[in-house]
Design a binder for this molecule. Structure first.
Ligand SMILES: C[S@@+](CC[C@H](N)C(=O)[O-])C[C@H]1O[C@@H](n2cnc3c(N)ncnc32)[C@H](O)[C@@H]1O
Length: 488
């Protein structure tokens, strides 16, 4: 699938030539062979059951750990050790941190249940009530509910923002939720349509390195965010205020959106007529507090990977179902004409979508693709809400439940192929799930995808409503169903 760069290779020219030769011959049978570090000796890595983790836990914590949890922690430590043996920067699992908080809830006398007259709705706030609330058991840190990222889309509105109701959030969560483990799905995962189990095993051997690369990307992104934040209020807005003007930058980016894509294979885009009145800000900027990058980074909720087979989030790879396989983009310098299309991994192409009027889309040709393959990160420019909420190509990046900024892929010289992935009209059509990991957006195959299929992700309910996909279903309180089928 991915033609992968050898950015991580090191050593003499001869060694590199040998590696290249080995990887070239291997790649005839396995397109991911070039991702594999042939020098890494897995026999040096102790088996999971031989990994000692007891030293990281207190007696009380050890007493509470189940066998499965112990195995999970051993696997996390093993993954981390592998990263270090590879000389790659890896994030230390939280349980290994010296000053982490205890995983055991302090044993308090049981709080008497609230009587109906004490219910939260009726009772006025008192320090005593607050204390009682705080005593209620919290979720363990390793079992956070998955969050769904959301793509931003202009919405006609006059005032204020659109806080989402709980019902809407719930509906959104169900749209791209993986089906419960059923036999057919499991079968798909085992046979890995189009790939031999050995091929997949080889791909997985490289995952530690791939995840480390993602983390490197994350560091680069953090740097970009710092620069962006240091530049002060963006998009012609005062922080926390509503802006009345759109900046030159916004104009420039919006104009870029309207230009035809310059690539022979692509269907020429119809220039879109901008009928809107002077682009006044319809979106008040959130009052985003400046972040001091020296302050201690608290455990964040996008440092987890979701395993849909376990329906759990893990800090690192799922110890039971194994790592996600990262399909890397082709490396293309930013600024190159039509970069977005040039970054396409092998076996993917940008062609007119099967959805009438949707423009281009991304298609999988040649080979089927198993589930749990990861694409990304979604490449683009970091922007504020003014651009992020109008471009139609921006994903929101949240931190601690607040939108921090947007990654906007309007500019085809600075973004990647992922900008061309269209929004699924129903769950059957959806084959990718978007997720936020270390402040980046990735797409994961959530079921095996046969060749000749258009890749489709769920953009989020608000955007889907704008596309006319979600309204009918939402009004019935259901997941979106196929509304109007159109074939290419
Ligand atoms: C991130 S872009 C996707 C790539 C886009 N098709 C292109 O050619 O550049 C999002 C835009 O694609 C179109 N789009 C995506 N999914 C769609 C859908 N299910 N139905 C109609 N239009 C869709 C909408 O115009 C949307 O604003």
């Amino acid at each position: 699938m991915a033609s992968v760069s050898s950015a991580s290779s090191s050593g003499s020219d001869d060694e590199n030539n040998d590696k290249q030769a080995a990887s070239t011959s291997a790649s005839s049978s396995n397109p991911f062979a070039s991702m594999i570090d042939t020098d890494f000796d897995m026999s040096k890595v102790p088996e999971t059951e031989d990994i000692r983790i007891e030293q990281y836990f207190s007696k009380e914590e050890l007493a509470e750990l189940t066998k499965i949890e112990m195995t999970r922690y051993r696997n996390m430590k093993r993954n981390y050790d592998v990263m270090r043996m590879l000389g790659l920067p890896g994030k230390k699992p939280y349980f290994m941190e010296k000053n982490r908080r205890s995983l055991v809830q302090p044993k308090e006398p049981p709080t008497p249940p609230l009587t109906s007259s004490e219910s939260e709705e009726d009772e006025e706030w008192t320090p005593e009530l607050e204390r009682k609330k705080n005593q209620r058991p919290k979720k363990p840190w390793f079992l956070l509910p998955p969050k769904k990222p959301r793509m931003s889309k202009p919405k006609p509105q006059t005032t204020g923002s659109h806080p989402k109701s709980k019902a809407k959030k719930k509906a959104e969560a169900t749209v791209s939720k993986a089906p419960e483990t059923d036999e057919s799905d499991d079968e798909g995962a085992k046979t890995f349509l189009g790939f031999q189990p050995e091929e997949v095993a080889e791909m997985q051997a490289d995952t530690a390195a791939s995840i480390a690369e993602l983390e490197k990307k994350m560091e680069e992104l953090e740097l970009e965010i710092q620069q962006w934040e240091a530049a002060g209020p963006q998009d012609g807005q005062e922080e926390g205020s509503e802006s009345d003007i759109s900046t030159d930058l916004e104009e420039e980016l919006l104009t870029t959106t309207l230009q035809p894509v310059k690539q022979q294979e692509l269907k020429k885009k119809e220039p879109v007529e901008d009928t809107e009145e002077p682009r006044k800000s319809r979106y008040p900027q959130r009052n985003i507090p400046r972040k001091d990058y020296k302050e201690v980074e608290l455990p964040d909720d996008d440092h987890y990977l979701y395993c849909e087979d376990c329906n759990e989030l893990y800090e690192g790879d799922c110890p039971v179902h194994g790592p996600l396989i990262v399909v890397k983009d082709k490396e293309v310098p930013k600024g190159v004409e039509n970069r977005a299309v040039h970054t396409l991994p092998d076996y993917l192409s940008v062609c007119p979508s099967k959805i009438k009027g949707a423009g281009d889309g991304v298609w999988l040709d040649g080979k089927a693709m198993p589930k749990n393959f990861v694409f990304g990160p979604y490449d683009g420019k970091i922007t504020g809400p003014e651009i992020g909420m109008t471009s139609g190509y921006a994903w929101q990046i949240s931190k601690n439940d607040k939108v921090k900024y947007y990654i906007d892929a309007t500019d085809i010289t600075k973004s990647s192929w992922m900008r061309y992935v269209n929004c699924a009209r129903n769950e059957e059509e959806q084959n990718l799930v978007a997720f936020q990991y270390y402040r980046n957006i990735y797409y994961r195959t959530y079921k095996p995808i046969p060749p000749g299929t258009e890749l489709m992700v769920w953009y989020g309910n608000e955007y889907a409503k704008d596309l006319g996909i979600f309204e009918e279903a939402e009004s019935k309180g259901e997941e979106p169903k196929q509304k109007n089928q159109s074939k290419a």
